[in-house]
Design a protein around this ligand. Structure first.
Ligand SMILES: Nc1ncnc2c1ncn2[C@@H]1O[C@H](COP(=O)(O)OP(=O)(O)OP(=O)(O)O)[C@@H](O)[C@H]1O
Length: 626
């Protein structure tokens, strides 16, 4: 069961110190794409905040007017009580209408913006992840990626969906309130500001702690997803080996760790809400106390005191709102951080930005021509094409643990080569290097004289077809599993199926070529999946064909049928065939024998038998077995 290692402490600490604003800035290019929507929703925040902050002032003025206090505004003083109160009521009503109508609209626009941003991030992540080298997937559990693509992007969406973006309007409200307070009575304004300052620092501290706890809880969630994914994908083995109970225990342990980390986040979240709850009560008490003294000394009117009691509540409202949105915003920051981790993952295997056309002009023209032909569907294989050359190639999956050692050979155009050797000798690794799923640690690989690093990956992979031991099918119909998104006519699909003797099998399916296959093709057998893989290769008409144990899952009858089709398919093409059953590769031009990554023998079947080396030993062992 793969559970990836914990992050080191120093790493976690550096994350903590990561500047939130820098993370936030990563969203700017996405927000810019919906610039008008963003500008409109931000503009609406201004009237909403102003309408909000003006209300205590209006209530204070109403009290001052009734009590005929000197703090009453001039334009109200010269009017009758009824007239003055009507004006204040009208203004109050206007603030309510502004708030009611604009808050809903603003919320809608912000959510729409959020959906657009998260959809764009999800798309970019998908594109980036599918462009990463296979090496990245070797070290990254699928569950971890799923958590980042689904849960983390969702958390980011929540920031917008829950209106947490309103924090901008809360901050703006605070500024307006502070301005208004100072314009009315500076002593009480200073008192409230003095309370606000330390409490903001305390909240920042809790925020940092929450953030740390939240990151850890997301890591644990990734582990839960990884375990779930492993158990679902490997359900056959889980049940066959009666691992349900054992795996349930492992899952319980991970689940408990997750709950523990979530508990920590809840604690910090509650600490913020609790602190703000009592601090706003202290603020009101402070205003009443200092205000009361000023009132008794006749330095303050009732109207102003009433306004300040309301401001004492309202000033902490944005902070209280912040506390509510706090969890969502922090989870959002954690999500941006985790999403960035993936987006910052370098794409190891890239196409060259400036292919060396000038030096390898002829060769490139040559490959381009082939590709153009392929695209025009008038591709004809040529016996002069398809040369493969390995020049002193070394390769290691990890550090200096070489699994391919100084491979140096040429496979001539149209030649059929078999790779044989014991398990783990490096046969499949050679294919992975040839397709450029991995890059050689040293040396280079050339196709028709061109270093494969100089050929765009899409073209390289169209030039060759690889059939693996187990074909992977996508959810969709038979047709789309043969074309794989490329545009082929129905006749071409039928021809490819007929060429590979697969047509009969397809026609027997309930809806023929339109039969829906389930995800990973579980409604057909492994052998049948393999038949479709042959049709998939045939339709692409490749110059180089690679078969990695491709016929191992077929029964003898089907294998004979496919073999017959293969013989035709292999004409004029270079082929590399990996097979453990040596009887299937007897007729190839040359056999390469590998041992621990080294090419130790090569020659025809007869030559190798005569030499009496590893091949002849393997052959004799297999003969004994049959
Ligand atoms: N993704 C990987 N990460 C690390 N090591 C790997 C990886 N894939 C293969 N190896 C190692 O590389 C060596 C060669 O593996 P490879 O799959 O090329 O052997 P093979 O000859 O094709 O074996 P088989 O006949 O069993 O398919 C093995 O020792 C294997 O453990």
């Amino acid at each position: 069961m793969s559970v990836y290692p914990f992050k080191k402490k120093s790493q976690t600490k550096s994350r903590q110190n990561d500047n939130d604003w820098r993370l936030f800035l990563r969203l700017v290019p996405y927000a810019r794409r919906s610039g008008r929507l963003l500008a409109l929703s931000m503009c609406l925040l201004v009237p909403i905040s102003v309408a909000n902050s003006v209300q205590p002032l209006l209530i204070g003025q109403a009290i001052s007017l009734i009590r005929q206090e000197p703090s009453t505004y001039e334009f109200l003083k010269n009017r009758s009580l009824w007239e003055g109160l009507s004006i204040l009521q009208g203004l109050f009503l206007a603030t309510i209408i502004v708030r009611l109508s604009l808050t809903g609209l603003q919320g809608y626009l912000v959510q729409k913006l959020g959906q657009k941003i998260t959809a764009a991030i999800r798309e970019d992540l998908f594109h980036h992840v599918t462009s990463l080298a296979v090496r990245f997937f070797d070290r990254t559990p699928v569950g971890k990626l799923i958590t980042r693509l689904i849960n983390d992007v969702e958390s980011l969406g929540d920031v917008f969906a829950t209106g947490a973006i309103g924090i901008v309007s809360d901050l703006f409200s605070m500024l307006v309130i502070i301005g208004l307070m100072f314009s009315i009575q500076w002593q009480l304004a200073c008192l409230l500001l003095l309370i606000l300052f330390p409490i903001t620092l305390l909240i920042i501290y809790f925020q940092q702690q929450y953030r740390l706890a939240n990151y850890k809880s997301r890591e644990e969630l990734s582990k839960i997803n990884s375990q779930l994914q492993e158990n679902i994908v490997g359900i056959n083995i889980v049940q066959l080996f009666r691992r349900e109970k054992f795996n349930a225990e492992l899952f319980r342990a991970t689940n408990n760790k997750y709950i523990k980390e979530v508990d920590a986040t809840i604690w910090y979240d509650s600490a913020v809400s609790g602190t703000l709850e009592w601090i706003s009560l202290i603020a009101i008490a402070g205003v009443l106390w200092v205000g009361g003294v000023l009132l008794l000394d006749q330095n303050l009117t009732f109207g102003i005191l009433a306004s300040f009691i309301l401001y004492a509540q309202q000033l902490f409202d944005p902070l209280r709102n912040f506390a509510e949105k706090f969890t969502v915003i922090q989870a959002g920051f954690t999500a941006i951080e985790r999403v960035n981790d993936i987006l910052d993952e370098p794409i190891e295997i890239k196409d060259q930005s400036n292919p060396r056309f000038s030096i390898l002009d002829t060769q490139f023209g040559y490959i381009d021509e082939i590709i153009r032909d392929l695209e025009a569907q008038n591709f004809t294989t040529s016996p002069e094409m398809g040369e493969i050359r390995f020049e002193h190639v070394w390769f290691a999956y990890k550090d200096d643990d070489y699994v391919i050692k100084d491979l140096d050979f040429i496979i001539h155009p149209g030649e059929k080569i078999a790779l044989v050797g014991p398990t783990g000798a490096g046969k499949s690794s050679i294919i992975r290097l040839l397709c450029r799923l991995y890059e050689p640690t040293q040396g280079r690989i050339l196709i028709d004289g061109v270093d494969i690093r100089e050929i765009p990956q899409a073209e390289l992979r169209r030039y060759m077809a690889v059939i693996l031991q187990e074909a992977f099918l996508f959810a969709g119909d038979v047709k789309s599993n043969i074309t794989l998104g490329d545009s082929y006519t129905f006749e071409e699909i039928e021809q490819a199926a007929e060429k590979t003797n697969v047509a009969d099998f397809i026609e027997q399916l309930p809806q023929g070529y339109d039969t829906q296959l389930r995800e990973r093709g579980t409604n057909i057998s492994s052998g049948q999946k393999q038949l479709l893989a042959f049709a998939r290769a045939a339709i692409r008409n490749p110059q180089i064909l690679v078969l990695d144990e491709a016929t191992a899952s077929l029964d003898v009858g089907t294998e004979a049928l496919i073999q017959q089709a293969l013989n035709q398919l292999l004409t004029k093409r270079t082929a590399i065939i990996i097979a453990h059953r040596l009887s299937t590769i007897r007729d190839v031009d040359r056999i390469f024998v590998l041992k621990r990554g080294e090419l130790i023998e090569q020659g025809s079947h007869e030559q190798l038998i005569e030499t009496g080396g590893l091949y002849s030993t393997l052959h004799n062992l297999q003969m004994l077995g049959t």
